[in-house]
Design a protein around this ligand. Structure first.
Ligand code: GLP
Length: 277
């Protein structure tokens, strides 16, 4: 798999037996996390190429570091235009300062926006240029902020392609187990297991914020298309429960079984453990 096949379309170079359908979802299984990153980046790059003024939903986490690195390369080598693109990130810790390197604004600036030269000014809270990350400085304003974030997504025309990672407990964004199907952008407490899983991004476990602002499950389901990326054995159970058992609020990602256009890109470590027929 190489970036050279980008010109022929993102599914070039993927062997037919790596592609499976489970319900409405299409699974692409690739040998290594590096290849997962290349195919994910090509899909994002294709979206930008086809709709340079489109609306892209973005995700963070360790899984996305490599796809973003490849996407930066693709944007530069293919001269893809990002000036007119609008992006909405799924989530952000609360409270957190944007200067904190573990904040998702900082993550996005570092891994994608700055190296790919997204216009980022004037910087204003959640919105920097046409990039949005849900950040609200004061507690009293959170509800209004969340409503405003939802309105901004709708005003931009809705998300065309939403990138998603998945938590070990099946969360998407920060929609923890038990999240309601009709949830929209809101403040949520973080599951202790999520705080523990994300402690690696902070100097001490106590520094992991107790809350987050996240798009809701209904916000995610409203996107036209979803691209979920997962690698490594720690995500096996989450993917298995999300797509190979009946949907349940206990596994928030299982709601994606009701979405009509979902692509799941996984590595073999996960793929080999899945009960494909
Ligand atoms: C984090 C984020 C999610 C992300 C998931 C997986 O907590 N809120 O949006 O998809 O957990 O993260 P990682 O890729 O680091 O495993």
């Amino acid at each position: 798999m190489s970036l050279h096949s980008f010109q022929q379309g993102p599914s070039q170079g993927i062997e037919a037996n790596s592609i499976r359908s489970i319900g409405e979802a299409t699974f692409i299984m690739l040998p290594t996390p590096e290849e997962v990153a290349v195919v994910a980046a090509m899909k994002l790059g294709q979206f930008i190429k086809d709709d340079p003024a489109g609306v892209l939903g973005l995700a963070t986490g360790g899984t996305m570091v490599e796809p973003y690195r490849v996407l930066v390369e693709l944007i530069s080598s293919q001269s893809l235009k990002v000036d007119e693109l609008t992006t909405f990130n799924l989530d952000e810790y609360y409270p957190i300062s944007v200067e904190n390197e573990a904040s998702y604004r900082s993550y996005m600036n570092t891994h994608l926006f700055i190296p790919a030269r997204f216009p980022l000014t004037p910087a204003n809270g959640a919105q920097w240029g046409k990039t949005y990350v849900p950040y609200c400085p004061s507690e009293g304003d959170i509800e209004d902020f969340c409503d405003e974030y939802e309105r901004a997504i709708i005003a931009a025309g809705g998300v065309g392609l939403q990138l998603l990672g998945i938590g070990e407990n099946g969360h998407i964004g920060f929609n923890e187990p038990g999240s309601s199907a009709d949830s929209i952008t809101r403040i949520v407490p973080l599951d202790p297991s999520t705080r523990a899983a994300n402690a690696r991004f902070f100097s001490t476990p106590e520094e992991v914020p107790t809350h987050a602002i996240t798009m809701g499950l209904s916000t995610i389901m409203a996107s036209e298309e979803v691209l979920l990326v997962a690698t490594g054995h720690k995500k096996i159970d989450a993917i298995k429960h999300a797509f190979f058992s009946p949907p349940t609020p206990e596994i928030p990602a299982s709601i994606l079984q009701h979405h009509s256009k979902v692509t799941v890109i996984i590595d073999e470590e996960i793929g080999k453990a899945l009960p494909f027929k």
